[in-house]
Design a protein around this ligand. Structure first.
Ligand SMILES: Cc1cc2nc3c(=O)[nH]c(=O)nc-3n(C[C@H](O)[C@H](O)[C@H](O)COP(=O)(O)OP(=O)(O)OC[C@H]3O[C@@H](n4cnc5c(N)ncnc54)[C@H](O)[C@@H]3O)c2cc1C
Length: 328
């Protein structure tokens, strides 16, 4: 077993979102935090179609950028991306490989760690190095406690809550660029039977500044149309609890929480959801939480800045109309 920083001191950041957004900034910020501590290089690897302007931002903040060009979408070519990342990591021997908190990243990172004989952990909210090993701070027990975990094997492959990390400023000198075409590979042990990507409009949930979210108390898919009308009026994105997603009322990509997306909006409006600890794990970084619930003892009210104890049917329609009339 090698120590976390035993092989090398460089840090590899894997960026698949293909734009220079707040998540990319946070991921690179986390990478620089570690590379400043190890004294190694920060190497960014991009997957997907990156615009020159976004690559320029990246190059200004990293010592090296490896541009991975691919014909397929990242989620459609996970096996190829994985093979490419294994080869890259074997060449660079980084102390740590960091990913953001997207669905694809959460799938790739433990598989990559296994292929490299390293350690894997997800949902990092803080990173540090102690005794030559990477330590990760994350929530446990449905957000009721915080644990600091030390990764024993190198490389430490970690997916992080990107937006929880401050952006890094430019380096005195821009990094070098190297482009590789990612070859399509199809391992014999895996046969891809179907590939489905949910159509997405607007910004991603992780980037949203306002979110309207619905729970089981809505009773079916139809009331989500009323929530959508409210969201459209204020320019918010839509989300849901796992109960609503599992019932098939809305797509699984809307799920927020421990096993869903981690969001950081200015306003999170939770409608007809109880505020289970698993749901709250996805919104701990929301600046303001507001809720509509018929039960005055619903746990969600403990986390709220604003709360309305009322049937959602008496709130959502009138609120939407009021906000529409104020916009005129
Ligand atoms: C390992 C694990 C992981 C999980 N991960 C997640 C996760 O990532 N995300 C997640 O959301 N859950 C997750 N869950 C599920 C979680 O435990 C809860 O079951 C779920 O969050 C409940 O969803 P809900 O709040 O919509 O439903 P409920 O808990 O049933 O709450 C419904 C609420 O609606 C209110 N209500 C009813 N009618 C009305 C009305 N007319 N008007 C207003 N309010 C009304 C009720 O008072 C109630 O508070 C996980 C569970 C496990 C075990």
């Amino acid at each position: 077993m090698s120590e976390t920083s035993g092989n090398g001191s460089d840090i590899l950041c894997v960026l698949s979102s293909n734009e220079w957004d707040r998540s990319a900034e946070g991921l690179v910020g986390a990478g620089r935090l570690l590379s400043d501590k190890t004294g190694g290089k920060l190497i960014a690897v991009t997957l997907g179609e990156w615009q020159d302007s976004a690559l320029k931002q990246l190059g200004a903040r990293c010592h090296q950028v490896r541009v991975g060009q691919t014909q397929v979408s990242v989620s459609g070519g996970i096996e190829s991306m994985l093979d490419y990342l294994v080869k890259l990591a074997e060449e660079i021997q980084p102390a740590s490989i960091l990913f953001g908190n997207g669905t694809v990243e959460e799938e790739i990172s433990p598989r990559l760690a296994f292929r490299l004989g390293g350690s894997s952990i997800g949902d990092a909210q803080a990173l540090t190095i102690s005794n030559n090993r990477i330590q990760v701070t994350r929530s446990v027990y449905g957000g009721k406690a915080t644990a600091v975990m030390e990764l024993q094997k190198s490389p430490a492959v970690v997916w992080i809550r990107s937006r929880a990390f401050p952006p890094a400023g430019p380096l005195p000198q821009s990094g070098s660029f190297e482009t590789t075409v990612i070859q399509e590979t199809s391992p014999e042990s895996i046969e891809l039977l179907q590939h489905h990507e949910d159509a997405s409009e607007g910004v991603s949930l992780e980037e949203a500044t306002m979110i309207v979210s619905g729970g089981r108390g809505l009773g079916g898919p139809e009331p989500f149309e009323d929530l959508k009308a409210l969201a459209a009026t204020i320019g918010a994105e839509m989300a849901a609890s796992r109960a609503a997603c599992d019932a098939g009322w809305v797509p699984h990509s809307w799920q927020v929480g421990q096993t869903g997306k981690k969001v950081t909006p200015e306003l999170y409006l939770a409608v007809a959801m109880s505020g289970s600890s698993q749901h709250m794990m996805g919104i701990t970084d929301a600046r303001n939480i507001a809720a509509v619930n018929t039960d005055p003892d619903a746990p969600i009210f403990k986390h709220c800045r604003f709360g309305i104890v009322e049937d959602y049917r008496n709130v959502i329609g009138p609120l939407t109309e009021k906000l529409k009339s104020r916009k005129k």
